[in-house]
Design a protein around this ligand. Structure first.
Ligand code: SAM
Ligand code: SF4
Ligand code: SF4
Length: 329
């Protein structure tokens, strides 16, 4: 399909300190759940080998994600190691934000460029209900503030689910205006097998825009900032604010999907909805070098035909897609 390889998302851990109901519901991710043992988790040196092997293939962005990436020990040293490979590589992290404030200085010093903080509710009770945790929303806001103060580029990601947090849309916009940072609204997706996804729970980008326009006036669609940009950009004239919409259910974007993923046990996935990945970690542990990996990844990428979100409407439901916390959101 002629899609270049540009981005790599690395899930550095399958563990998390939240239990967001749409991602890691407590009923499944409880004390009986088999998280990956340490021996199966990809090491920083192994990650570096993969990143190095992908640079000649056109890689220009790396996102550190998970699970909750700030739970992985010494994560800043991984970021420094990636930064040392290429000073022009765009390095970002997606985090739930509660551990951000304590780590922000080292993250900045390690060479991180950007941070995306996930935040689905401003109301504390609703925040605790969605994240199924006792953390306070103020901790996330403090994390956001510390990242802005440190000079990092910050965005907010919000998943909106029908009959759950529509009430938060305009509060999230107010927060984005207050801190002058973009917010991106994400449609609830059918990733994994545990989050009881159904089409009726999807609150579409269009419905979100209708709610915003009622309070904040007209939004106008703007051009993508670059090829393969996942979020469709809209501008709010009144506050000169960009708002993104990731509409993978109502308006899929597989045709320009430039993102590869590495799961926390070192498998390469070319689609968020794949059932199986390609085991790069075993290859590395059998002494594959950078050139071997480049060849393998290039072969896999060139043969990829996945466009799950575009086919979703044909009800070609895959039976066992992997979990988001493992593959990396
Ligand atoms: N723990 C970090 C966080 O929450 O930012 C990083 C990993 S999390 C899997 C990455 C992103 O995936 C978050 O923004 C989260 O809201 C999103 N996500 C998880 N499950 C989702 C689902 N079923 N539909 C849409 N987005 C989802
Ligand atoms: Fe954890 Fe992020 Fe999933 Fe929430 S969305 S459970 S914070 S990995
Ligand atoms: Fe890319 Fe798969 Fe998402 Fe389509 S469904 S945009 S191919 S990750």
């Amino acid at each position: 399909m002629g899609r270049p390889l540009r981005d790599l998302r690395i899930s550095v851990t399958d563990r998390c300190n939240f239990r967001c109901t749409y991602c890691m519901p407590k009923e499944h991710f409880d004390s009986n759940y088999n998280f990956l043992p340490k021996s199966q988790i990809i090491s920083y040196e192994e990650i570096i080998l993969i990143v190095k092997s992908m640079l000649p293939l056109g890689l220009s962005k790396v996102r550190i994600t998970g699970g909750e990436p700030l739970l992985r020990k010494d994560i800043c040293s991984l970021i420094s190691m990636i930064r040392n490979l290429d000073e022009n590589l765009d390095i970002a992290m997606t985090t739930n934000g509660v551990l951000l404030k304590n780590n922000i200085q080292s993250l900045k010093e390690s060479g991180l460029d950007r941070v995306t903080v996930s935040l689905d509710a401003i109301d504390n009770d609703l925040f605790q209900e969605i994240t199924d945790s006792k953390f306070e929303v103020s901790q996330v806001i403090e994390g956001i503030k510390s990242a802005i103060d440190c000079g990092l580029e910050v965005k907010i990601n919000s998943v909106i689910k029908r009959n759950k947090n529509e009430s938060e849309i305009n509060k999230l916009i107010e927060t984005s205006i207050e801190y002058n940072i973009p917010v991106r609204f994400i449609e609830f997706m059918d990733v994994g097998t545990t989050n009881s996804w159904e089409l009726d729970s999807v609150f579409t980008g269009e419905e979100i825009r209708n709610i915003i326009q009622k309070q904040f006036g007209p939004l106008t669609k703007t051009k993508p900032n670059y090829y393969g940009e996942v979020a469709k950009q809209w501008k709010m004239a009144r506050h000169d604010l960009d708002i993104g919409f990731i509409e993978s259910i109502s308006s899929p974007f597989c045709g320009t999907c430039t993102r590869a993923r590495i799961s926390s046990n070192g498998k390469l996935f070319t689609c968020l909805f794949s059932e199986q990945g390609f085991d790069l970690l075993s290859l590395i542990r059998m002494e594959a070098d950078e050139q071997d990996l480049s060849q393998v990844i290039s072969d896999i990428w060139n043969k990829r035909k996945d466009r799950y979100s575009e086919k979703r409407k044909d009800s070609t439901k895959i039976s066992n897609p992997v979990e988001m916390s493992y593959i990396g959101g």
